[in-house]
Design a protein. Structure first.
Length: 398
């Protein structure tokens, strides 16, 4: 199957529908690929924890996210050189094949498998997100990107809580093979994506990044929300051992479902009223959510997980809308790379930092420290980068 650069024309008419065949094909690709990814996201830490303890579980998530970030930062250059279609095909292969060794009895092999899958995931996320941004009508961009986000989140809703259960019921060989097959199914969808050559001027500079001052606040806000998700997905069963597996699965399901609904549902609000207020709301909810998880019991855990999902869904939509609004046409893939890198840096840091804190202070204190840190860091970054920018824009508008 011959593939060339996959790009869609920007500047769509405001009344153009957002549910197109290209959008549906891209959504199908993400559902397939992310199903394989999320099936292993919660299962691999449970497996490696049995081999090397809680720290090893955090290390697995951190290794996955570290190489994902590396893949994301190099992805714009890969896309510009080889074309979006080939980049996505290669990414699916690199994401799928190492799934077969993710449950080795050797910790080093498991960590290498996580690292390899991370590279494939990073390239895939940037290529898909950049394409989704160009498919979206400008005046409905947040709403259209919410569809893409929901397609990426649906597998999290189903497969994150399913992972540990499937590992216990069917064994490591079956779950590794299932993840590989699900991921490779996304190759079929590539054939239905638009095949268009991009503008040479834009393609030559497709690796450009938005200015740091413009990107600092939206990427930080997203990363702080992702810290909560990374910490809870990795350590919820270990931090709340008083709860049964059914409650843990329900909590993870609520988090994923709330995130998908909030990401899609907040799109219209962001398109109409702007992303700034939504990001502030998301940060406040994220800090409250992780503080709730410091307390034992079903109500605190289920409430905290539900709140964390809502917060993260809002932050994803609002931060991406603000970042894309501040990027030029040649910086779309670069903006996508920064956004995805912030997402995965937060996931990795959440898994690593909470595990490190828990080894010295216990899980309850670790959750409380994390919640306080999120609030302090958000205020600091906003005052350093966003407040001066807002003041400058206000002066210029007079």
């Amino acid at each position: 199957m011959a593939m060339i650069a996959l790009d869609a024309p920007a500047g769509a008419a405001p009344d153009e529908p957002i549910l197109t065949s290209a959008t549906l094909a891209l959504s199908g690709l993400m559902i397939a690929a992310m199903s394989g990814f999320y099936l292993l996201l919660s299962a691999v830490p449970a497996h490696i924890a049995a081999l090397g303890g809680d720290f090893a579980a955090g290390l697995a998530t951190s290794a996955l996210m570290a190489t994902t970030i590396a893949g994301e930062l190099f992805a714009p250059r890969i896309i510009a050189r080889f074309g979006r279609g080939r980049a996505m095909l290669l990414a699916l292969l690199v994401l799928a094949v190492p799934s077969l060794t993710s449950f080795s009895g050797n910790i080093s092999v498991v960590l290498l498998s996580c690292a390899a899958r991370g590279l494939g995931l990073g390239v895939l996320l940037v290529a898909a997100c950049g394409l989704a941004a160009t498919l979206a009508p400008p005046t409905r961009r947040a709403e259209a990107m919410g569809i893409y986000g929901a397609a990426s989140a649906i597998p999290a809703i189903l497969c994150v809580p399913l992972g540990p259960w499937a590992l216990a019921q069917f064994g490591s060989v079956a779950i590794g093979a299932a993840a590989a097959v699900l991921t490779l199914a996304g190759i079929v969808c590539i054939a239905f994506l638009p095949r268009r050559g991009g503008d040479p001027e834009t393609a030559a500079h497709a690796h450009g990044l938005p200015a740091l001052r413009a990107a600092a606040w939206p990427t930080t806000a997203l990363a702080l929300g992702a810290i909560v998700i990374g910490a809870t997905v990795t350590f919820l069963p270990l931090a709340h051992s008083e709860l049964g597996m059914g409650t843990i699965m329900l909590a993870l399901l609520l988090q994923g479902l709330a995130s998908a609904i909030a990401r899609w549902g907040s799109g219209r609000m962001v398109d109409r009223h702007g992303p700034q207020g939504a990001m502030m709301l998301g940060i406040a909810l994220a800090a409250c959510a992780i503080l709730m998880l410091a307390f034992p019991g079903d109500i605190a855990v289920l409430g905290g997980m539900l709140l964390s999902g809502i917060a993260f869904g809002i932050l994803q939509t609002a931060s991406l809308a603000q970042l894309l609004a501040r990027a030029t046409a040649s910086q779309v893939d670069g903006a996508s790379a920064l956004w995805n890198a912030a997402y995965d840096a937060g996931l990795g840091l959440g898994g690593f930092a909470l595990g490190a804190l828990a080894t010295t202070s216990g899980y309850a204190a670790a959750f409380m420290i994390t919640g306080g840190g999120i609030a302090v860091l958000a205020v600091t970054v906003f005052r350093l980068f966003e407040a001066p920018r807002a003041a400058c824009c206000a002066r210029e508008s007079r």
